[in-house]
Design a protein around this ligand. Sequence first.
Ligand SMILES: Nc1ncnc2c1ncn2[C@@H]1O[C@H](COP(=O)(O)OP(=O)(O)O)[C@@H](O)[C@H]1O
Ligand SMILES: [Mg+2]
Length: 251
Amino acid sequence: MSNPTAIRAHGVYKRFKTGRTHIEVLKRVDFDAAHGEVTMVMGPSGSGKSTLVAALSGLLKPDEGSVRALDQDIWSLRSGKLDRFRLDHCGFIFQGFNLFSALTALQQVEIILKYQGFSKREAREKAANALMEVGLETRLNQRPSELSGGEKQRVAIARALAKNPRLLFADEPTSALDGENGQIVIKLLQRAAKQHGAAVICVTHDPRLEAYADRVIHLEDGLILDDRRTDHSATAATAAHAHRHSELIEA
Ligand SMILES: Nc1ncnc2c1ncn2[C@@H]1O[C@H](COP(=O)(O)OP(=O)(O)O)[C@@H](O)[C@H]1O
Ligand SMILES: [Mg+2]
């Protein structure tokens, strides 16, 4: 059985004006991603990956085409509604962490939850839980300057996951990290998909992350060249099936 579709884009074009000419960065891209899966978008630098994620996540309006996310045509929403949609349903993780330098780890996560409408107490509790889930329970009161790169990215992940988003967008989340920290980060993203049912859309050009993808989409020069499910996701699906099967037999 396949997972339910979370996001579906049709015929997306994006052009940028540079001087007198336009460059076409996305050329009629069709894209979809499912809940419970890690969908990886790979491709060389400049191929349009970040532009695609921005178009899918309501950050940058495409010139043509449509994006349906969680059954809403996001680019037909009024801008206030679109902001609310992103706040309620989307988590973002970027290469550069995007943390506030003056805030502690706990405050970085809390502030988003308060903005979303949670009370002070609820925000504190949810933030502490999210930081615990990424293994930072001993770092709650440290500021970014007192955290390692891997820890900073885990704070950013806690901030994205605290609201339990249905859509999680990560743009090169491991490229500023060493291999070991990169692995911690991708495993946390995978957990968001597998345990919380988020649709995880992860842009990367790190081939080591492919092992954690259910599906890998190759983008080149604004076109999707290749879209395949990974073998290990087939294996995982078979294992899950075998597991269910044995449960049935035992029952
Ligand atoms: N705001 C912009 N104005 C003009 N050109 C842009 C803008 N954003 C991106 N581009 C160009 O679009 C192309 C694709 O960019 P991007 O989506 O960031 O690629 P990737 O994330 O795959 O490296 C690049 O050639 C980049 O220079
Ligand atoms: Mg990019």
